[in-house]
Design a protein around this ligand. Structure first.
Ligand SMILES: NC(=O)CC[C@H](N)C(=O)O
Length: 235
């Protein structure tokens, strides 16, 4: 580690869902790099948000997650963490986390979700079917910084601009409403390209689960976001 290594503390919301896998992936992505010192912690209490530079909201069940977020003012603190004040922090939502970060949730498919919003996309829950319809498929990576990194050794997706997408009762991004939203990944199963990964400034969301693969490029990319954003807002 160099003397000038950037430091960042990244939390993973650990109220419900697949948080342990994200913690493990962030730790291995952090170990693999020399330019940043990253501390990872499970977040169970709203007070913990104060000390974080970034947060991952994992997949799970957005309705259940919302029940927890309605307690102890957690939802409001999270909204402030991601959206208000001078020091807005980076947040990455996977699957249920994407639902929380979207500005528009299709009304027929709502189930009492607490939405934090921030990414100007329209989302339909369970757009790819039920649990039994879960699938894996190759994705095209559209973010240059992300696909410049090598795919993991032994990966079935050797092209730098491809990765494996794991979809479990995944929400669909049915519309991108703003030019501020950057497409990071798309899926094409024969019926045209669908957007499955997006970024709007300090917020990122993926319909799929990179934490369930052996490819930690997405976690490394999020560390980049957090470190870059932290150094630009603390000037
Ligand atoms: N794997 C997931 O996170 C599924 C999300 C779930 N369908 C929901 O609506 O919350």
């Amino acid at each position: 580690m160099s003397e000038t290594a950037q430091e960042a503390r990244i939390g993973v919301l650990a109220l419900q869902g697949g948080f342990a896998e994200h913690v493990a992936m962030l730790e291995s992505a952090a170990d693999a790099r020399k330019d940043a010192k990253v501390v990872v912690e499970e977040v169970k209490y709203p007070e913990q948000l104060e000390r974080l530079d970034g947060l991952v909201i994992p997949g799970g069940e957005s309705t259940t997650l919302s029940v927890f977020l309605c307690q102890n003012g957690f939802g409001e603190k999270l909204r402030a963490f991601a959206r208000e004040g001078e020091r807005r922090r980076c947040v990455w939502g996977t699957c249920a986390g994407l639902i929380l970060l979207s500005d528009h949730l299709d009304s027929q498919k709502q189930g009492g979700q607490v939405t934090l919003g921030g990414i100007d996309i329209q989302v339909t829950r369970n757009a790819y079917g039920k649990q039994i319809n879960s699938f894996e498929a190759p994705l095209k990576i559209k973010a240059p910084a992300l696909f410049r990194q090598a795919p993991p050794p032994g990966s079935t997706h050797q092209a730098h601009d491809e990765c494996l997408g794991v979809f479990i009762r995944a929400p669909g991004i049915v519309r991108v409403n703003s030019d501020l939203v950057q497409t990071l990944a798309t899926l094409d199963r024969g019926s045209g390209e669908k957007v499955v990964g997006v970024r709007q400034g300090h917020l990122m969301a993926t319909s799929f689960h990179p934490e369930l693969t052996s490819d930690c490029r997405w976690h490394s990319y999020f560390i980049d976001m957090v470190v870059t954003y932290k150094s630009s807002t603390s000037l």
